[in-house]
Write a protein that binds this ligand. Structure first.
Ligand code: HEM
Length: 264
C-alpha cells in the first residue's frame, strides 16, 4: 500500500521542532548553563549597558578575565604597538604546535637525525609543509621580537615604571635567540654541523673558562651525538619552559605597570 508522505512530514517536522525547542529551554534552564553564562555575560539578555555590567562581562568570563577590565583608548590602536608583542607570542604558539608535530618523526642521534628529516619531508603527509612552517616561524619570531623591542624603545617604554619589564624582555630576546641557535643544529646537515662548530669554537674563547664552556656545550671534546642530544633537550624542553615562565611574568607586568605606555 502506498503511503502519502505529505501526511507524515508535517507532524514529524512539528514534533522535531517541538523537541528542539524543549531541548533548548531545558539546556538554558540548567545549572551548567547559568553558571557559564553568568550575570553580565554578553550572552545574557536583559542587562543594562552600564559600566558596572560591562566590568562583569570581563570579570565573569574565563577567557575575558585575562584582559584588563578597562584599556586606554590609544592602547587598542594597532598603529601604536603594531601588535609586534602579540605577533611574537602567536609565533611562539605556532612553533610549539608545529614543533610537537616534528617530534613525532625525529630522533636526536647522529645516525638517525638527518634521515628522519629527509623521511619527514618526502614521506610524511604535510611533513614538508609543517617543517617549513616551523622554520619560517622561527625566522619571523626573531624578527618580530627585535622589532617589538625597537617599538618599545621608540616609545620610551623602557623608562620607569616599565624598566623591570624591559629587563624581562631582554631575557626573552636572549631565549628566542638561543631557541633559534639550538634548533639550527637539529637537521644534522653540513650547514648545521659547521655553524655549530664555528659557534662553539667562538664560545671556547671565553676568558678563563673557555675550554669548560665549550665542553659543556658540546657534551664532549668535539661535536657529535652527545651534542645533538644536549641541544635537542635544550631546544624542545628547557628553553621553551623557561620562555613560558618569563612570558607569563612579562604579560603580568604589562598589566601591573598600568597597561601599555603612551600615547606619545
Ligand atoms: C618572546 C618575546 C616577547 C614577547 C612574546 C613579548 C610580548 C609582549 C606583549 C604582547 C606586549 C604588549 C604590547 C605589545 O604587543 O607591544 C609587550 C609589551 C612590552 N614588552 Fe614585550 N615581548 C617580548 C620581548 C620583549 C623584548 C625583547 C623587550 C625589550 C627588550 C620587551 C619589552 C616590553 C616592554 C617594555 C613592554 C611594555 C610596552 C609598553 O608599555 O608600551 N619585550 N610584550
Amino acid at each position: 500500500m502506498a503511503i502519502d508522505t505529505d501526511d507524515i512530514k508535517p507532524p514529524l517536522k512539528e514534533r522535531l521542532s517541538q523537541q528542539m525547542s524543549k531541548l533548548g529551554s531545558d539546556m538554558k534552564g540548567s545549572q551548567a548553563w547559568s553558571s557559564i553564562f553568568r550575570p553580565g555575560s554578553i550572552f545574557r539578555k536583559g542587562y543594562t549597558d552600564s559600566p558596572r555590567n560591562r566590568s562583569y562581562v570581563i570579570m565573569n568570563s574565563v577567557m575575558y578575565h585575562l584582559h584588563p577590565v578597562k584599556v586606554k583608548r590609544h592602547a587598542v590602536k594597532v598603529s601604536y604597538t603594531l601588535c609586534l608583542g602579540g605577533l611574537s607570542f602567536f609565533l611562539f604558539i605556532l612553533l610549539t604546535v608545529t614543533g610537537i608535530f616534528l617530534m613525532f618523526f625525529y630522533r636526536p642521534t647522529a645516525a638517525a637525525a638527518w634521515d628522519d628529516i629527509y623521511t619527514l619531508q618526502t614521506s610524511v603527509t604535510f611533513g614538508l609543509l609543517v617543517r617549513n612552517m616551523h622554520r619560517w616561524a622561527a625566522h619571523l619570531m626573531v624578527l618580530t621580537v627585535f622589532l617589538h623591542m625597537a617599538r618599545v624603545f621608540y616609545h620610551g617604554a623602557y623608562k620607569p615604571p616599565r624598566e623591570f619589564n624591559w629587563v624581562i624582555g631582554v631575557i626573552l630576546l636572549t631565549l628566542t635567540l638561543l631557541l633559534s641557535f639550538t634548533g639550527y643544529l637539529l637537521p644534522w646537515d653540513q650547514l648545521a654541523l659547521w655553524a655549530v662548530t664555528v659557534g662553539t669554537n667562538m664560545m671556547g674563547y671565553t676568558p678563563v673558562f673557555g675550554d669548560q664552556v665549550r665542553f659543556v656545550l658540546l657534551g664532549g671534546v668535539e661535536i657529535g651525538t652527545d651534542t645533538l642530544l644536549r641541544w635537542y633537550v635544550l631546544h624542545v624542553l628547557m628553553l621553551p619552559f623557561v620562555a613560558v615562565i618569563f612570558m607569563a611574568i612579562h604579560f603580568w607586568r604589562v598589566r601591573k605597570d598600568g597597561g601599555i605606555s603612551g600615547p606619545l
